[in-house]
Design a protein around this ligand. Structure first.
Ligand code: GLN
Length: 238
């Protein structure tokens, strides 16, 4: 399982997901605390954020371990946005290690990440093509196909997870996506946590596992969909 994290709220830097918390994604790349599949996340990393000068998010992804990228800290400390997504990767057996297999995947304003594993056959009918043979790239393509068909974030994730989960009952489908103003995430076979920020309405963190030991982290039940927007946060069963 890879690890991912997202923020929606008052503008923050990507270092708030990666470097600053005691158990942020940098630490999770070599010492995750709740990872059940795989022991570390050294097969690449990526991050995405929104800038008023562009219609689409800015995306940066590499195939090297996060701790070996000497430019990452400076970039993450200056990339600032009210909507952020970052991920570190532990490639599943047989999956390619290449940038096109590394989250975040992006299409239009959407950013997407996947923790887990799914039989590619379970996803193939949901997408025409994908940028990599990696299962996560196929899930991204399936979610983006739903976007182009008019689904919102939550509809797209729920549809892809329930359809792929039906075809592959052993699949682990923790998906995370954002579009600049909202976040959607699924818990399906792996851990997912929420933190509603230090102050009311400051924002929400959605992450595979807590980024620190502050009180307030809430575990999301399995087979659930999380939606976060400026209107609030909801969790519903899938
Ligand atoms: N199966 C995906 C990959 O190979 C995700 C792996 C994971 O969650 N560890 O990238």
């Amino acid at each position: 399982m890879c690890r991912h994290a997202s923020w929606l709220g008052a503008p923050r830097t990507l270092a708030s997901l990666i470097h600053e918390p005691a158990h942020g994604l940098l630490r999770q790349s070599y010492r995750p605390r709740l990872q059940r599949h795989g022991t570390m996340n050294a097969d690449g990393f990526g991050m995405g954020w929104y800038d008023a000068a562009r219609a689409e998010p800015v995306r940066y992804r590499r195939t090297i371990p996060a701790w070996t990228d000497a430019n990452l800290a400076g970039l993450a400390r200056t990339a600032r946005s009210g909507c952020l997504l970052a991920a570190v990767r532990s490639a599943s057996a047989g999956m390619p290690i290449e940038e096109t297999a590394t989250a975040p995947f992006t299409d239009g304003p959407w950013l997407f990440s996947h923790n887990g594993h799914v039989a590619r056959e379970a996803v193939r009918e949901l997408a025409d093509d994908a940028e990599s043979s990696c299962d996560s790239a196929w899930l991204a393509a399936a979610v983006f196909a739903r976007r182009r068909a008019g689904d919102d974030l939550g509809e797209a994730l729920a549809e892809v997870v329930t359809r792929a989960g039906l075809k592959d009952p052993r699949a682990r489908l923790n998906l995370l996506a954002c579009d600049g103003t909202s976040i959607a995430a699924t818990a399906w076979g792996d851990t997912l946590f929420l933190h509603l920020g230090g102050h009311p309405r400051e924002g929400v963190l959605v992450a595979s596992e807590p980024l620190d030991d502050r009180p307030g982290w809430q575990a999301v039940p399995d087979h659930a969909l999380v939606l976060a927007s400026p209107d609030g946060v909801s969790v519903r069963p899938l």
